[in-house]
Design a protein around this ligand. Structure first.
Ligand SMILES: [Cu+2]
Length: 372
């Protein structure tokens, strides 16, 4: 039987689900015990765990006249990519939503009416595209194409509104105006549809990770970085993750084409956000990417299953240890944590695991960290 983790338990179980969900409201990630569910002769029913988006969080929402309403503000920000690494801090002048890049995650439920009020505090017009969602043409956030969504002028707001008709899954939001600038400067975030009922498959932790590429003015990399100065050919490496990094605050310059820093949720190794897991837990990781490149993400120490692409469940999950995160696409993976350690999870393009060609591990690189 295939793993249909998103299969929502039929409405016949909704009462039981509701009782259990209420009892466990303080711990949404908890297992709704299989024993309890089976005692009534019904299928297991599990609460979806909270989605964790390290460094970005989630957008608060309020239900106004039956419409779940979110507020996003697009504005210049200063994003810290490397934080006090061997005395060096690197920041980039980026654009973000609600103060971060990626912006905070929007979480909705299938069937909900939603509104997202977007305010433009940038120096130029913008718009937001709801990437992957089945919505009216007029709300697609692409001014000038099809039935146009208005451009949002500086200082102005626009209220996008639509009903969530798609099933549970992983999607994105991002600027669709002057995209080579606005997307590369960081105007992007996760848009996640949760099921209306409960899950037939237990999930203990749920991480949302946005993959990003940055073009930051720096000195050209030195290919002998890390070799000791005393004897450059003696084969001794210092393994310094920032030996080719000039610290400071710099503008993002995508037109240069020199994408020399790669991040996960705005941070490069070793200033990355580790992903805690516990032995025996079932982990979901959602990868999102609208960057200049595809990123083959590899996990050490164990296999995982790719269970969804673009928010749609795969009929048969694919067992693998590298998943290609394609620009414009989302991929969901799941695994049971069974091999304790601190395991690298990183892009496998060599240039994407270094900070501007430095000798130590850097860039699009984090770890799955077993905790007790
Ligand atoms: Cu990559």
């Amino acid at each position: 039987m295939s793993v249909r983790h998103r299969s929502v338990v039929p409405l016949a179980n909704a009462f039981l689900a509701g009782v259990l969900l209420t009892a466990l409201v303080a711990n949404r990630g908890a297992l709704l015990t299989t024993a309890t569910a089976h005692a009534g002769g019904v299928s297991p029913c599990y609460a979806p765990p909270p989605v964790t988006t390290p460094g970005a969080g989630t957008v608060p929402s309020h239900v106004i006249n039956g419409v779940r309403t979110f507020y996003l503000t697009a504005a210049p920000i200063t994003q810290t990519i490397l934080d006090h690494v061997n005395g060096k801090t690197l920041r980039v002048k980026a654009w973000g939503y609600n103060g971060s890049t990626p912006g905070p995650t929007i979480i909705v439920k299938t069937g909900e009416r939603v509104a997202i009020v977007v305010t433009n505090h940038l120096s130029e017009p913008t718009s937001v595209h709801w990437h992957g969602l089945t919505i009216p043409n007029s709300q697609d956030g692409v001014p000038g194409v099809g039935e146009p969504t208005p451009l949002i002028q500086p200082g102005q707001s626009y209220r996008y509104h639509f009903t969530i008709v798609d099933p549970a899954g992983t999607h994105m939001y991002h600027s669709h105006t002057n995209t080579t600038k606005q997307d590369n400067l960081g105007l992007e975030g996760a848009f996640i549809i949760e099921p209306r009922g409960c899950l037939s498959q237990r999930i203990d932790r749920d991480y949302a990770l946005f993959l990003q590429s940055w073009a930051i003015p720096q000195a050209m990399p030195m290919m002998d970085a890390g070799l000791t100065k005393e004897s450059p050919t003696n084969g001794v490496l210092k393994m310094d993750p920032v030996d080719n990094v000039t610290p400071g605050t710099f503008p993002e310059n995508p037109d240069s084409g020199n994408f020399n820093f790669e991040t996960i949720n705005g941070r490069a190794m070793p200033s990355n956000y580790p992903l805690p897991v516990r032995l025996g837990e079932r982990i979901r990781i959602r990868f999102m990417n609208i960057s200049q490149f595809d990123h083959p993400i590899h996990m050490h120490g164990q296999y995982f299953q790719q269970v969804a692409v673009d928010g749609a469940d795969l009929p048969l999950p694919i067992t693998e240890n590298t998943v290609d995160s394609v620009s414009g696409q989302t991929e969901d993976i799941e695994f049971i944590a069974h091999n304790p350690g601190i395991w690298p999870l990183h892009c496998h393009l060599p240039h994407h695991t270094t900070n501007n060609g430095s000798s130590g591990e850097g860039g699009m690189f984090t770890v799955v960290k077993y905790v007790s």
